[in-house]
Design a protein around this ligand. Structure first.
Ligand SMILES: NC(=O)c1ccc[n+]([C@@H]2O[C@H](COP(=O)([O-])OP(=O)(O)OC[C@H]3O[C@@H](n4cnc5c(N)ncnc54)[C@H](O)[C@@H]3O)[C@@H](O)[C@H]2O)c1
Length: 275
């Protein structure tokens, strides 16, 4: 059901790879809520081709950009303003990748070249996107920039490896840039800390099944879906959230506030009894 919450708003959505991507759901919801936007992803991701279907459905243009390359981002922002006919009102940064996780390098035997890549792709790209937009004065007053993060920034989840460092940096960039962007241009910057979600990036984490089920059993509302995350993004892009900035917002069914749930206690006591 649409409420036209984003009617007249222009955006840029990073990170839709396939139908399971969180960014894909965000694009669909933004379109339904009346926004116009461009879609972007790393040139290599374009080769999979699925994003073309999304672009067709949302009647929009795809502009390839490696989010770690400043020149790509400059072209993306210029072209987006041209295609959309004015300044940008919202940006979704939905990007994450760790070569250490991909190559199953243990946390105690990281490749530091890979670590630099993890940080550049998953965190510093957030700064790059905002710095390019800021210097071009490309975002309208009360515009909204959202990055996606995970609670491994605050607590340890062993198999999340160096992505934890990336997420901690990402959240810090949201606060730091949020200050300057708010003060000087009245632009808001927030991160959404999302539940484990079945996507290409998510399921690349070792033992994701267990990860997902544990969080689902711990959270009083269960895990938040990608669809629900997209609703939250729409809210943060809309004028309904104008005074929210520099926040890391948990969107996790309550996970972050729970010590232990009855389901987990029952599971563990069943295990003890069967021994
Ligand atoms: N899936 C989860 O469990 C979960 C939970 C919390 C937060 N997140 C975060 O949500 C975001 C989106 O991930 P997702 O789960 O939808 O997975 P996804 O794999 O669908 O999306 C990740 C995207 O990052 C893009 N990307 C990688 N390198 C890039 C680069 N150099 N330039 C531009 N784009 C690049 C990929 O092409 C892909 O589209 C990520 O930041 C992820 O860490 C995911």
């Amino acid at each position: 059901m649409s409420h036209n919450l984003l009617k007249g708003k222009r955006g840029i959505i990073f990170g839709a790879l396939d139908e399971s991507s969180i960014a894909w759901k965000v694009a669909e919801k933004c379109y339904a809520e009346g926004a116009t936007f461009t879609l972007t992803n790393a040139p290599i991701a374009m080769r999979m081709g699925a994003i073309n279907q999304l672009a067709e459905r949302c009647k929009t243009e795809i502009i390839p950009a490696d989010a770690t390359v400043v020149e790509d981002l400059e072209k993306l922002i210029d072209r987006s303003m041209e295609v959309l006919g004015g300044k940008i009102d919202f940006i979704l940064h939905s990007i994450g990748m760790s070569p250490n996780v991909r190559k199953s390098k243990p946390y105690t035997d990281l490749s530091y070249d890979f670590l630099m890549k993890t940080l550049d792709v998953s965190a510093i790209s957030f700064h790059k996107v905002m710095q390019v937009a800021y210097q071009k004065d490309a975002i309208s007053e009360w515009g909204s920039v959202v990055g996606l993060t995970y609670i491994a920034a605050q607590r340890t989840f062993p198999s999340y490896s160096d992505m934890a460092e990336a997420k901690a940096t990402l959240e810090s960039i949201a606060r730091s840039f949020g200050y300057h962007y708010g003060k000087n241009k009245k632009v808001r910057v927030n991160t959404i800390s999302q539940s484990p979600t079945w996507t290409t990036a998510g399921s690349g984490v070792k033992g994701f099944d267990a990860f997902f089920n544990y969080a689902d059993k711990l959270s009083p509302l269960g895990n938040a879906s990608a669809d629900a995350c997209a609703d939250y993004c729409v809210f943060l892009f809309s004028d309904m959230s104008k005074m929210i900035t520099m926040q890391n917002l948990y969107h996790d069914g309550g996970f972050s506030s729970v010590g232990v749930s009855q389901e987990i206690m029952d599971m563990l006591s069943n295990e003890t009894e069967s021994k």
